[in-house]
Ligand binder design. Structure first.
Ligand code: SF4
Length: 185
């Protein structure tokens, strides 16, 4: 949740401070709102610490302090949408869950689709299906991390690094035209 709309290098020190102060859902649940908000600053988007606080309280009240791992229950918490639920399943519980964030969507779109209106709702839904279809049976944590890293470091929005990309042999966008080389996607 800290990484939503926020860069990794800004998140790391706050994440470490947050986990030090609130190492469990119980610790977060009983913290004072002012302390929660103070610990969050200066990350911004201040609805997020309030939501995390509310989630912690609900986890303690309804689930004895242990976050459930199933998608339906995760998505029943205010502030946990499709991506966050999938990321929690994949990265916290090691479950076989597909993820689609901005970087992953860009990679899947370029590799498997190539041309279309990427922002359309239909295509967004389709990308979730693609992400599920390419998911391996094992090592899902590593696979999803690698997909995110590929989008963050190689298949970047501007000037994708196709010459070093392991997907270039099957990529529907390779070789990229001049428009892709300069346009933000
Ligand atoms: S070949 Fe280029 S456009 Fe295709 S996935 Fe790799 S970096 Fe992205």
């Amino acid at each position: 949740m800290m990484l939503q709309q926020t860069q990794v290098d800004r998140v790391i020190p706050k994440y470490e401070e947050w986990v030090r102060k609130f190492p469990t859902f119980r610790a977060l649940a009983k913290a004072r709102p002012a302390d929660v908000n103070r610990t969050w600053r200066p990350l911004g988007y201040n609805a997020r610490p309030r939501r995390l606080h509310a989630i912690a309280r609900e986890v303690v009240d309804r689930y004895d302090g242990a976050l459930p791992s199933d998608e339906v229950t995760l998505r029943s918490f205010a502030g946990i949408g499709a991506y966050t639920a999938a990321a929690v399943q994949s990265f916290a519980f090691g479950l076989r869950a597909p993820i689609v964030d901005t970087n992953v969507a860009r990679v899947l779109f370029r590799v498997f689709i190539g041309q279309s209106d990427r922002s359309s709702t239909t295509l967004q839904k389709h990308l979730w299906k693609v992400s599920a279809a390419v998911l391996p049976r094992r090592h899902v944590f590593d696979f999803n991390q690698a997909l995110m890293d590929l989008g963050a470091l190689v298949c970047v929005a501007r000037k994708p690094q196709c010459s070093v990309c392991p997907m270039s042999a099957i990529c529907q966008t390779y070789p990229p035209g001049p428009e892709l080389k300069t346009r933000t996607q």
